[in-house]
Write a protein that binds this ligand. Structure first.
Ligand SMILES: Nc1nc2c(ncn2[C@@H]2O[C@H](COP(=O)(O)OP(=O)(O)O)[C@@H](O)[C@H]2O)c(=O)[nH]1
Ligand SMILES: [Mg+2]
Length: 444
């Protein structure tokens, strides 16, 4: 996600931080490039313009240029402004006093509503919130079946009716009744979509809305459609008053423009994002973490959460402690690699590790393949326990032994150790900050 944008922004900002002193002209030039990168990423031009203006005002208005680390101050401002760009109201599902609430998913055909309905139910179950899926897309008989299949796979109940003798409003109402009987916290209503916004569709959605008064109306938008996604969001919001957005297909080569513009344009917060086809490929949306990812400052918190889902809880707690204390060794690295394999796509995981975002685009370009991961695993396996815990003892002869044992070259081993040292350094800096959530401390 966002590889191109990340590469460009980090390039521009690294150049700034490498200079000791900055002039107004330096800032102007850098921000001009930032603006161009945003436009190339398909960010709405007004959003890009205002963003750059806000950064510039802050960068020139305060003592940034006089500070000892002007470049880093600018990075900090860019991070904060990106966070603010992505922030809009309540980013979590809104709780209510009722025991059973409805979330209605709306969107254009193919945006990912049905898939996301199932993902959302699964994600809620992981937080001990039960859900019922309601199949209220009667346009295509296959849609009901698709939801039923997903429900069966994930062991989540699905409410449906024979489309020949029912209506969307009926299904929604009866589905809510069933949800109350079952005592589930959330009824997730999957609705039909069209290729374009049309009156008939909007009327149908308004009727469902009136019939069940959903707590949440979430628009499911395909991030790959760029500015069209933003236009769709404006259209839906006008008709049915959205409470939030779910950006899907963020795993694809979406340039990022939609995600970066949509909240500023509509005022509606992104609540989740879809990052793959698998049922567990749905992530909560956190503006600050996303800003960190875009600037390749990593997203260690999401990484830890992912690990918690795939590693058992004690192991994850231990891992988190090690992250914080920076006592993470190669042994843990190996455990992590194995957990990562369970978590799914490696490139997604890498995006969350500080400084590794660039690696992830290489991975996608095929330069870093699963074979290389196997190699890393083989290298660590060929090390003694002591070497894994104290990699600094690995000297020339140990290096040769390890490379023979793992069928790799001493260069491969150096490379791995360098990477590992970098990661460790990041963690140490991270743990030194009072608030480990504050990744910006890495830059102070
Ligand atoms: N790669 C990827 N594919 C997705 C994601 N969400 C949905 N899809 C795919 O998009 C296609 C359309 O999804 P579907 O849920 O049927 O869309 P609907 O018409 O809005 O209900 C399916 O092939 C999904 O697997 C996502 O986050 N990432
Ligand atoms: Mg569907």
């Amino acid at each position: 996600m966002f590889e191109n944008l990340t590469e460009k922004l980090t390039g521009i900002l690294n150049k700034l931080t490498s200079k000791g002193r900055l002039t107004e002209k330096d800032i102007d030039e850098a921000l001009g490039m930032v603006r161009r990168s945003l436009l190339e990423a398909d960010v709405n031009f007004r959003v890009a313009r205002d963003f750059v203006a806000a950064v510039k005002e802050r960068a020139l208005g305060s003592d940034v240029l006089e500070s000892l680390t002007p470049g880093q101050q600018v990075v900090k401002i860019v991070h904060e402004e990106l966070t603010s760009l992505l922030t809009g109201g309540e980013h979590r599902l809104m709780p209510s006093s009722q025991p059973t609430n409805a979330v209605m998913l709306v969107g254009l055909q193919g945006s990912g509503k049905t898939t996301t309905a199932a993902k959302l139910a699964l994600s809620l179950r992981r937080q001990d919130r039960k859900a019922l899926l309601i199949a209220a897309d009667l346009r295509r008989p296959a849609a009901i079946q698709q939801l039923e299949t997903l429900g069966k796979q994930l062991d989540i109940p699905v409410y449906s009716e024979d489309p020949a003798s029912s209506s969307v409003v009926q299904v929604a109402k009866n589905g809510m009744k069933r949800a109350e009987e079952l005592g589930v916290h959330w009824a997730i209503v999957d609705t039909g979509g069209r290729l374009q916004i049309d009156n008939e569709l909007m009327k149908e959605l308004e009727e469902v809305k009136a019939a069940i008064s959903p707590q949440e109306i979430l628009l499911v938008v395909d991030a790959m459609t760029g500015q069209d996604a933003v236009n769709a969001a404006e259209g839906f919001h006008e008709k049915v008053s959205l409470t939030g957005l779910i950006m899907t297909k963020m795993d694809g080569d979406a340039r990022g423009g939609a995600a970066l513009s949509v909240t500023r344009v509509t005022g509606v917060p992104i609540k989740y994002m879809g990052v793959g086809e698998r049922p567990d490929a749905l992530e909560l949306f956190y503006p600050d973490r996303m800003a960190s990812r875009i600037l390749d400052m990593g997203d260690v918190l999401t990484l830890i959460e992912k690990a918690q889902e795939s590693v058992d809880e004690n192991q994850a707690k231990e891992m988190e402690r090690k992250f914080r204390e920076a006592s993470f060794d190669l042994e843990d690295f190996l455990t992590q690699i194995q957990a990562v394999k369970k978590m799914g796509s490696l490139s997604q995981i890498m995006e969350m590790i500080p400084g590794m975002g660039q690696m992830s685009s290489k991975l996608k370009a095929g330069a870093l393949d699963d074979g290389q991961i196997e190699r890393v695993e083989a290298i660590i396996r060929s090390m003694t326990r002591e070497e894994r815990q104290k990699p600094e003892i690995i000297n020339g002869s140990r290096r040769r032994r390890i490379s023979r044992g793992s069928g790799t070259t001493p260069q491969d081993i150096n490379q791995l150790l360098n990477q590992f040292r970098q990661t460790q350094k990041m963690m140490r800096q991270l743990s030194r900050s009072r608030n480990p959530k504050n990744l910006m401390s890495l830059f102070r």
